[in-house]
Design a protein around this ligand. Structure first.
Ligand SMILES: Cc1cc2nc3c(=O)[nH]c(=O)nc-3n(C[C@H](O)[C@H](O)[C@H](O)COP(=O)(O)O)c2cc1C
Length: 306
């Protein structure tokens, strides 16, 4: 039995611990299950699912950068139908909350996807991606538009009883304005942040290293930005936040929780060390014991500014 209570709540969503695996970095869980015991983590967020399968962008789709990586996958995914038929049965073997991430090119597509998936009992919650920087339609077009984010929140909420999390873009002036509209329109939580728009060139060919020219920057390089965005939301809007961005170890998790995160997601680190989630859980437990933190949820928003 755990000596400390690692359980957390993200609005109505109850998790055994605050460690979730981020969308797009663990596919649909299959490969990850060879490295870690999925029954131990707080939850899995699926790759963004769209109504129809998507091939994504042509290669090169990924490039390494100092302290991070750029990706322009372009939301390649199997689509909701194949997901339900071929991916869910595998995930059902585990006792792990499943959060379905949905991406779409139109508001109607978000609604349709949610309607189809909400029938599936093994899905615990939805995370709506309104912030992908790597697609022409949808993506940042929505993520930068407050009224679109409000509309998507309200319309998706109307077709599901499951907890609704909106994944926000950092590529805006005030992320808290977006969190506020999510709260006002009935969203249960926000995830912050998705990737930052970046690029990289080959100086010999003078061509972009990524086919799409720009990509989404992730990894330790974005951690200070992500932390500042989580803090901004926490100071201005009473809505649960799932912190994401450059988390590499348990110390980073504590920092994100202190800044106001109820839970966190691990993304890029899964490519570097697929066992990171289990190692981080061990580190969190030891920290809590050493510093007499009885419930890890006490840490959320405990930053001392004076
Ligand atoms: C290769 C790759 C693919 C991603 N695909 C998605 C996606 O399909 N949907 C989504 O909402 N976020 C996607 N993301 C963003 C991550 O979920 C996360 O928000 C971001 O990488 C920041 O966290 P990190 O620095 O820990 O990686 C992707 C990130 C990477 C690196």
């Amino acid at each position: 039995m755990n000596k400390v209570d690692l359980s957390v709540s993200v609005g109505p969503l109850k998790l055994r611990n605050p460690i979730l695996l981020a969308s797009g970095t663990v596919g649909y869980g299959n490969e990850m299950s060879e490295h870690i015991d999925l029954n131990k983590i707080g939850g899995i967020v699926t790759k963004s699912l769209s109504l129809k399968p998507r091939k994504g962008n042509p290669p090169q789709r990924i490039v390494e950068t100092p302290a991070g990586m750029l990706n322009a996958i372009g939301l390649a995914n199997v689509g909701v139908e194949v997901f339900l038929k071929e991916k869910i049965p595998f995930l059902k073997k585990f006792d792990v909350p499943l959060i379905c991430n949905i991406a779409a090119s139109t508001i109607e597509e978000y609604i349709e996807c949610t309607k189809i998936l909400t029938e599936e009992r093994s899905i615990s919650a939805f995370e709506i991606n309104v912030s992908c920087p790597n697609v022409k339609e949808g993506g940042l077009q929505f993520g930068n538009d407050i009224s679109a984010v409000g509309k998507i929140t309200a319309k998706v909420k109307a077709v599901t009883n499951k907890p609704l999390i909106i994944k926000l873009s950092p590529n805006v002036s005030y992320i808290s304005d977006f969190a506020k509209v999510v709260k006002d329109e009935g969203g249960d939580a926000v995830s912050a942040i998705n990737t930052l728009v970046g690029t990289s060139f080959n100086i010999f060919t003078r061509r972009p290293k990524i086919y799409n020219v720009t990509g989404g920057l992730s990894g330790p390089a974005i951690k200070p930005v992500a932390l500042a965005k989580v803090l901004e939301i926490n100071q201005r809007v009473p809505i649960p936040v799932i912190g994401i961005g450059g988390i590499m170890n348990w110390q980073d998790v504590i920092e994100f929780m202190i800044a106001g995160s109820s839970a966190i997601q691990l993304g890029t680190v899964n490519f570097i060390n697929p066992k990171a989630s289990e190692e981080i859980l061990k580190g969190l437990e030891e920290y809590c014991i050493k510093y007499n933190v009885k419930k890890i949820s006490e840490l959320t928003g405990s930053l001392k500014l004076k």
